[in-house]
Design a protein. Structure first.
Length: 336
């Protein structure tokens, strides 16, 4: 089927639509001229209805078919154009958001450096400024790396490092690190349930997933974040649910929340900045693990639940699991 994918390209559709239109015009011209010639030659000897009946029927059916083809082609081009305009709008928003995300820490670093250069800043204050600049530098580094990683993920250039792990200890460890990273009080995050199962995981990629989900729960909470994380194993999957009490997500936004560049418009959190890549990145990583992520929210101010499902090692398809491990081994050898 892949060899026919070129037919979906808008340029191909446009060319085919034009060919259909020209063919339609040609057939109608031929029909008119042929009837005219027949009428001129036969004059009164043969009834025009008898001569032209089959030609008229053929021209009518073919003309209608080609007309439908033209309309269909134009409709597909219109749909594609709308999608491109929407994507361009999202891309423009993404550029604006990324520019802001880059300029904010840069402006902060510049301010601290200018202050230290112009004024005689006490040693203790210098250490405070340096700590803040290091924090802004990490923020810049994380943003740049995230964009590069997503690009590499889409082009399948990321060196994955898969291995077999006990799911619960790894997830608990990453959650603990994320809580410290985002300065969230330990009592604000509750981990419940047990998950005595193993999965094939890239722990670095899994950390990106958990960091994004915890960071979003923190950013989109009106007050102190309250996050409950449920861990479990069923017959096929390891399941982790991230349940927050934040601003929630409207039903219209839920279907698009994992799309590239999409950001949820939230009047209650106008100062929350982002690139629109976080949840898209999360979704792509989970898909690379052979799992899936889903979202449930009853609407505004009702909180959100993100549910991750990853295949258990014992019950997962051996061919897929072995392919992940082979990819990991191959990448490691290439890096060596």
């Amino acid at each position: 089927m892949k060899k026919w994918h070129f037919l979906k390209h808008p340029v191909v559709i446009f060319v085919l639509a034009q060919l259909a239109w020209l063919s339609l015009v040609g057939i109608w011209i031929y029909w008119y001229v042929s009837n005219y010639i027949i009428f001129e030659l036969a004059e009164d000897k043969i009834s025009p209805q008898l001569v032209s009946k089959s030609i008229n029927l053929f021209a009518l059916i073919t003309g209608l078919f080609l007309l439908v083809a033209v309309l269909t082609g134009m409709y597909l081009i219109f749909i594609y154009l709308n999608r491109q305009l929407h994507l361009t709008k999202l891309y423009d928003n993404f550029i604006g958001n990324v520019t802001h995300e880059l300029k904010s820490p840069l402006a902060s670093i510049q301010l601290y450096l200018e202050t230290m250069n112009i004024r005689n800043v006490p040693r203790t204050k210098q250490k405070e400024f340096i700590a803040l600049m290091m924090k802004d530098t990490k923020r810049l580094n994380y943003l740049i790396n995230s964009i590069l990683q997503i690009s590499g993920l889409e082009q399948k250039k990321i060196a994955h490092s898969y291995d077999i792990y006990k799911a619960e200890p790894i997830v608990r460890k990453i959650i603990s690190e994320s809580i410290q990273q985002f300065n969230i009080p330990k009592e604000a995050v509750k981990i419940i349930g047990t998950a005595p199962c193993s999965c094939v995981l890239d722990t670095n990629a899994l950390k990106i997933v958990i960091d994004n989900l915890i960071d979003n729960a923190n950013k989109y909470s009106k007050e102190q974040v309250q996050l409950k994380i449920q861990l479990a194993c069923n017959s096929k999957n390891f399941v982790a649910q991230f349940i927050d009490q934040g601003v929630g997500i409207s039903p219209t936004d839920q279907k698009d929340v994992f799309k590239k560049f999409h950001r949820v418009s939230d009047p209650d959190s106008p100062n929350v900045k982002g690139t629109g890549l976080g949840l898209y990145w999360v979704n792509e990583i989970i898909k690379y693990h052979g799992g899936k992520i889903s979202l449930f929210s009853e609407g505004r101010d009702k909180g959100s639940t993100f549910k991750i499902e990853l295949p258990i090692y014992q019950t997962a398809k051996k061919r897929y699991i072995n392919s992940l491990l082979k990819i990991s081994t191959k990448k490691v050898k290439e890096n060596d």
